[in-house]
Design a protein around this ligand. Sequence first.
Ligand code: ZN
Length: 348
Amino acid sequence: MVCFILPTHLLIELAEAGNIELRDAIPTLLASAALRAQRATLTEAIQFLGLDAAQLPAPAAEFKAVYDVQGGDERSLPGVMRRKEGDGAFSDPAVNDAFDNADRTYDFYRDVLGRHSVDGNGLKLISSVHFGRGFDNAFWDGTQMVYGDGSGKIFQPGALARDTSVVGHEITHGVVQYTAGLRYHKQSGALNESMADVFGSLVKQHTLGQSADQADWLIGGGILGTQLQGVALRSMKDPGTAHQLDRQPAHMRAYADLPDDGNPRNDNGGVHINSGIPNKAFYLTATRLGGNAWERAGRIWYDALATKLRVNSDFTEAAAATAASAQSLFGADAAGVVRASWNDVGVS
Ligand SMILES: [Zn+2]
């Protein structure tokens, strides 16, 4: 599973609307397809063959490293080592941005959720920057984070590795891979995407010290280029309002029942589209519980992800799982808030 921050269907729609040239989008589309074909087996091996993370190689003493893939593609990953744990800042801002945001994400998982890296066992966080040429995407490839530079049309140059919510989102795909393993398909895939947005936003909120009321609840806020017009890639507070092509629903009545037929336009059955519904449920829970979202709402969602959700869980199961986690962690009042929030987005 390769999880891109920019859904492929948006790339196609931008080309169709004339915002970008189709020929400019083709390298990104081809890279996406090649990566999918090449990397799918690793995730499947970990998740479906029941590999135990504890049996994997011993944790490295150095938790993070950033590489420069120097404009190369997936065959060149990870590239040339530029900065590792304990090193000072490097002369390339992209390297430092990827490093610092991986650090913030690592600290969030350790300090707030008691989780030691994506696998819970100290797996080294590897990032590569300068993927492709003007590549308008960032992704978790099943083993590491990868960041393109952005062309300026869809994302501002340098913005993907610089945005804490984007980095937190991508690293969380690794956490999902090693916990519930939510299949990247229809509702379980939309839950996978939503978990990545939830914890991507929480890493940013934790870094900035913002309460639920102060947070912007945006994924990729302020990083869009000239042709994707709006405030962010996604809004958890108001799904469907982030940019001109945003068609995320905020309620089940607008659920997009798309096929998972391999057509990139259909987004694995709407995984980046219907994620608006669980995103809104989390936003409602966090703001109703009040205070810092990571202290209660975040711990509830993480407990459900790590101990209750499974590969094929759907929205209804997620509602029940988060309510049960709320009950056990914080009692009946919190569970009531969780249930009411899911009910308000049409899930019960
Ligand atoms: Zn994603």
